[in-house]
Design a protein around this ligand. Structure first.
Ligand code: NAG
Ligand code: NAG
Ligand code: NAG
Ligand code: NAG
Length: 634
């Protein structure tokens, strides 16, 4: 399965000649098996052609054949390691070659970023006369200024008490002393594993109080003295949750100390200069190593900061109280859809017909003129109108048939009316569902406000879609070009009190708002709360400086905290969810607004009646005026 090709690109630098050690190729070959992953061997050596050739031939004869690249030591060759799969590389460098120190210095982040290294010392290894300690000195000198820290895997061989020992060299941070530890002992072609676990991070997990520079965000002075507690958790809840999480990570997992830096924003680039501020700026300009708060992932940050995988809800939303349903829709009309209308009309028509027919049958007994009979039947049919409107019957029921008929229609229509009234009552209590999207919000008359944090301006001003642009216009104060900002208490009070005609929508951290809301809103009001999201994802992530050597330590530690439920517990304790509510425990009284449509109908009715009256008066005057004229002419 291994790639069986050999590339010899450059062979030069004829230097001191050493006899090829048959064992050295086997040792390398065995190490590659031992490490399991690497399949590409890159040799940076300065051997002469003959020796290199022999070495390669040996390598190809080994039980496992690998993809081998042989390079002369030259600084520009470091680029050969920049492949899409650096984790497959085992880079072997002969530190006795001239220029190897420069080469290693050029390697920079490649030392600890996925690539595994073997420091080969052709001179030291071949001579064998020196003690192990001197060998270590040579190795330590060669990596003296290098970031052999974090995840770095830098191996070397030494001979101790006649045995070949594989060791790795490591330091906790760039400023610390170098340490070495035994990885394995090579005996008879087998490497005995001396590590207690294969995971590098687990082996180096205890950072022994290593200070890690961390930027913490705060937006009010209160937070500065309350990072570690749960008091008033609505104040800066996101940065404080983040701090509690990181503190747990540092204390219980990494055994590191947090070197705090305080900043007031999450950090955004300046519109004109492009200089970043806040926490992102700290990470980008390497003032700090880790971010002390969760951040949303944005494209421009992604290029300059490394995000870690642990997701934490970071909900920033518009919250508003929905208007009463009666204000946005005609609630009297809502229970009636087309079929209900049709059935009601049909019922009225049928009942009217039955009234007329029964009346007609009764009249057969009396001797009436046909014309009279029809008129009376029409009158009887007309009686359905007072019955249908539940005003009683004008008809005086003479027979039991009529009595039964009137009773049945009154009772039946009463049930329809009762259910209609019940429906209306529930609709009067209901919030409007009209505002369902940002577009609806922009088009509504709701006043928009924010919590005044810089992210509002930053993200809203970046919007390119028409709705976003309108939103930005609505949340900024046109004259002063500042955000409509309210602090939490003011904002929530504005949410609660309705200053007709417009309501208020507040953009901010939902956790903070809900804490305040659950204190001040009553249970019925909470049912009216609606949320709308402007940011696509409500998930924040921790992040670290780009190419931070301890990134994997953080990563695994955070994942362990997620797995063990530590993160979930802290998030539950610190971040507030939308409060529950009870529907309709308190009947709200009717307003004029609620009966607007009923009033309109009544008003139209009265107006119509007055108009008819006027028309009748005019008509009678007209006939009166006409008739006498005829009389006189007669
Ligand atoms: C953390 O590091 C300190 C300093 O090296 C050490 O004394 C302590 O035992 C370590 N704590 C744990 C839990 O390993
Ligand atoms: C926070 O404290 C600093 C110094 O004590 C002060 O200058 C600043 O005005 C305070 N900020 C607020 C918002 O109170
Ligand atoms: C709904 O109506 C009630 C009572 O008329 C009023 O107190 C309340 O403020 C109204 N709610 C909204 C959101 O307009
Ligand atoms: C970080 O690592 C990437 C490769 O993973 C490299 O391209 C980049 O230049 C490095 N950045 C710094 C600042 O070292």
């Amino acid at each position: 399965m291994f790639i069986t090709r050999v590339w010899i690109l450059l062979l030069c630098y004829p230097l001191v000649f050493f006899p090829t050690n048959a064992a050295s190729t086997e040792l390398l070959s065995d190490l590659m098996l031992f490490l399991k992953v690497p399949v590409k061997l890159a040799l940076f050596v300065c051997w002469d052609e003959d020796k290199s050739f022999k070495f390669l031939r040996k390598m190809l004869q080994a039980s496992q054949v690998h993809f081998v690249q042989l390079k002369s030591v030259a600084v520009e060759n470091i680029a050969i390691l920049d492949t899409p799969e650096p984790h497959q590389h085992l880079a072997v460098i002969d530190i006795s070659c001239p220029g190897s120190d420069k080469f290693l210095a050029e390697a920079q982040y490649r030392i600890y970023n996925k690539i595994r290294w073997v420091l080969w010392n052709e001179n030291g290894y071949e001579k064998k006369t020196n003690g192990g300690d001197e060998q270590e000195d040579v190795i330590f000198r060669s990596v003296a200024g290098l970031p052999v820290t974090g995840l770095s895997e830098v191996y070397y061989f030494s001979v101790e008490r006649g045995e070949t020992v594989i060791k790795d060299v490591y330091r906790r941070s760039v400023m610390m002393n170098l340490n070495s530890s035994v990885v394995g002992v090579w005996r008879n072609g087998i490497i005995e594993d001396k590590r207690w676990t294969q995971s590098v991070v687990m082996r180096r997990r205890n950072l022994q109080m290593l200070p890690i520079k961390t930027s913490l965000v705060y937006t009010t002075n209160y937070t500065l003295s309350h990072f570690g507690d749960f008091e008033n958790n609505e104040v800066d809840s996101i940065p404080r949750t983040a701090y509690l999480l990181l503190d747990t990570l540092f204390t219980y997992y990494l055994n590191a100390t947090m070197e705090k830096r305080f900043v007031t924003t999450w950090g955004y680039p300046d519109h004109t200069t492009g200089v970043w501020n806040g926490m992102s700026g700290d990470l980008i300009y390497r003032h700090s190593e880790a971010a002390g708060s969760m951040m949303l992932i944005t494209q421009n940050r992604l290029l300059k900061i490394d995000y870690l995988k642990m997701p934490i809800p970071l909900r920033i939303k518009f919250i508003f109280k929905a208007p009463n349903l009666s204000e946005t829709s005609n609630i009297f009309q809502m229970p009636f859809d087309f079929s209900v209308w049709m059935c009601t009309l049909a019922l009225v028509a049928i009942t009217a017909t039955v009234f007329a027919v029964v009346h007609g049958v009764l009249m057969l007994r009396r001797k009436n003129s046909i014309r009279n009979r029809y008129l009376e039947m029409l009158n009887a049919a007309y009686d359905i109108i007072p019955v249908a409107t539940q005003q009683g019957s004008l008809l005086e029921p003479k027979s039991s048939a009529q009595k039964i008929m009137i009773f049945v229609s009154l009772a039946g229509l009463m049930f329809i009316e009762v259910s209609f009234s019940a429906k209306i009552i529930s609709l009067i209590q209901a919030p409007s569902e009209r505002i369902n999207s940002l577009r609806d919000l922009v088009e509504s008359r709701l006043e928009l406000g924010t919590d005044g944090q810089p992210y509002n301006r930053f993200y809203f001003s970046k919007a390119t879609d028409p709705v976003g642009i309108k939103l930005y216009k609505r949340i900024t104060n046109q004259n002063a070009d500042t955000l409509n900002a309210y602090d939490t208490e003011q904002g929530v009070r504005k949410l609660q009190t309705v200053t007709n005609p417009e309501l208020f929508a507040y953009h901010g951290f939902t956790s903070t708002l809900y804490q305040q809301i659950s204190r001040t809103f009553n249970d019925v009001e909470k049912c009216y709360l609606r949320e709308l999201t402007f940011f696509d994802s409500g998930i924040g992530y921790f992040s670290v400086q780009q190419n931070f050597t301890l990134r994997e330590h953080f990563h695994i530690g955070l994942m362990k905290m997620l797995e063990a439920g530590v993160a979930t517990r802290l998030v539950r304790r610190m971040l507030n969810e939308k409060p529950g509510c009870t529907k309709g425990v308190m009947f709200r009284p009717l307003d004029l607004v609620d009966t607007r449509f009923a009033m309109e109908i009544a008003a139209f009715g009265i107006l119509g009646a007055v108009c008819l009256l006027l028309a009748e008066i005019v008509l009678s005057k007209y006939t009166l005026w006409k008739t006498p004229v005829q009389n006189y002419t007669e």
